[in-house]
Ligand binder design. Structure first.
Ligand code: FRU
Length: 497
């Protein structure tokens, strides 16, 4: 049907049918990347949560699998994580089969109706067939509610130094740290969050992992914390903290703390549509980076976006690395390398002089609903560099960079269907440029309903969705203030057949 043709993403995972939100339980095992997700198969609006499931060998093309976890008498299955229990610390392994253990939040709708605060507890389940089918633990819940109304989204990892499991969990506006030897008995260690970071909403979906600082021997711990609302451009977004974790307590790095106080909050992505993202367990990139995926929507309007059969998609999977520039740590993200394996044709143009507006790509050059574009501009002046996607219906998506105040932006106010929510296109999203590189480089990923922008090698990222009345067919570039030189533009159409 027309909805499928117009809006079903070409290279972003979306469920065949029904509602999806957060990515959950991602692990890598035996050549397969697993992705579970908050899912309500019976409606395209949020409802009783299940864990849907999809698998992939490259994090780009996904095969949807049967539903992994169904709600039960303890409640809906909210977000959480999964680990490969190589040493069978849980004792769930049988006949030499390595158990995969999922840790999730039970959200009890009955208690919620009754107005209780003890609505959320933590449960576990295990799989002995590599994540396809699951058995819930009979001793659930493994963590009772300590009197926190919001108490959810356990993310677990193995601490190799101390030979124990570590869990981070979001509770209201703080992160709680727990430890366990067997994934069943959990001990509270500490909490983090008071007085630091953004507190304009509820903290959700944390993640904790160490990363090497690029080009150094230093290792730092990164704590991801999603917050809703409170995002830099409204609604949902994911902040991050850089510091140290001694096995018991997370402390902010002093340089990072200074930068937060003096400059800005730190966001994984400044666009409106990358939320609740976390990283894969049991895998790292060749450089020791972490692999991340987010939910490509925003609670402000996720239930209203104009698709009926399914709702929402994931972001493209990304590699996360940590860099230090001067005194500032920055978490960078770029699309996973595997995506470039899908490049089919290439088109490159150099030294384009841009005055007013110049057409760069038309449908004869590339299908703009499955394209990767790289560009660079080296002589930055007091100018606004505007890129514009358009179609024959008069829809337009504008994005670019204003060098006068060093900020990136996306304007989707004329991008097609926008009226389904007053929060969808009421503001132009912006992001401060942190890099002071002399040239501005960017990578643009375009799908039917999404744009993902990676500027300055992933230092500033913006992800947003849109719903044009017809596919975008033209990309042009404009100068608002005199002439400038576009050093090059390189266009790769991506082929997924
Ligand atoms: C984040 C979130 C989680 C919760 C899940 C419920 O988007 O609110 O905190 O576990 O969604 O679907």
């Amino acid at each position: 049907n027309s909805e499928e043709a117009l809006y079903r993403p070409n290279f972003h995972f979306s469920p065949k049918k029904g509602w999806m939100n957060d990515p959950n339980g991602m692990f890598f095992y035996n050549e397969y990347y697993h992705l579970y997700f908050q899912h309500y198969p019976d409606s395209s609006k949020w409802g009783p949560m299940h864990w849907g499931h999809a698998t992939s060998t490259d994090m780009v093309t996904w095969k949807e699998q049967p539903i992994a976890l169904y709600p039960d008498e303890l409640g809906y299955i909210f977000s959480g994580s999964a680990v490969v229990d190589h040493e069978n610390t849980s004792g769930f392994g049988k006949e030499g089969k390595i158990p995969i253990v999922a840790l999730f939040t039970y959200h009890d709708p009955k208690k919620e109706k009754g107005g209780g605060t003890d609505v959320e507890t933590q449960g576990i389940a295990y799989s002995l067939d590599e994540g396809l089918t699951w058995t819930k633990y009979e001793g659930n819940p493994v963590i009772k509610n300590p009197g926190e109304r919001d108490f959810r989204d356990p993310k677990v990892s193995w601490n190799d130094l101390r030979k124990e499991w570590v869990m981070v969990l979001a509770a209201g506006q703080k992160i709680m740290f727990y430890t366990s030897q067997n994934l069943k008995d959990w001990k509270l260690l500490s909490d983090f969050g008071e007085g630091v970071g953004n507190h304009n909403g509820v903290w959700e979906c944390p993640d904790l992992f160490p990363l090497k600082v690029k080009d150094s021997d230093e290792e730092k711990w990164v704590l991801l914390v999603s917050i809703n609302p409170g995002g830099p451009n409204g609604g949902s977004a994911t902040q991050y903290f850089v510091g140290d974790f001694n096995g018991e307590k997370f402390t902010l790095d002093p340089d990072f703390k200074n930068a937060m106080v003096n400059e800005h909050d730190f966001w994984v992505d400044f666009g409106k549509d990358n939320y609740a993202g976390v990283t894969w367990s049991n895998v790292a990139t060749a450089d020791g980076g972490k692999l991340f995926i987010g939910w490509m929507s925003n609670w402000q309007y996720a239930n209203e976006v104009p698709t009926e059969t399914w709702r929402s998609a994931t972001t493209v999977a990304r590699e996360m690395e940590l860099i230090k520039s001067g005194d500032e740590y920055r978490l960078i993200s770029i699309p996973v390398e595997e995506l470039s394996g899908y490049r089919s044709s290439k088109y490159k143009k150099e030294n384009i002089s841009v005055k007013d507006e110049v057409k760069l790509i038309g449908s004869e050059t590339a299908d703009l609903s499955r394209t990767e574009i790289n560009f660079s501009i080296s002589d930055l002046a007091d100018n606004i560099y505007t890129l514009r996607l358009s179609n024959n219906e008069g829809d337009e998506l504008s994005f670019g960079y204003d060098h006068r105040d060093k900020s990136f932006y996306i304007d989707r106010s004329k991008s097609g269907k926008t009226g389904f929510s007053e929060n969808f296109a009421n503001n132009i999203s912006t992001a401060p440029r942190t890099s002071d590189a002399v040239n501005l480089s960017g990578k643009i990923l375009l799908d039917k309903t999404s744009i993902e922008l990676f500027y300055d090698d992933g230092e500033t990222v913006m992800t947003e969705i849109f719903f044009p009345n017809a596919p975008f067919e033209t990309l042009s570039i404009a100068s608002e203030n005199g002439e400038f030189l576009l050093d090059y533009i390189e266009v790769h159409e991506l082929n997924f057949n």
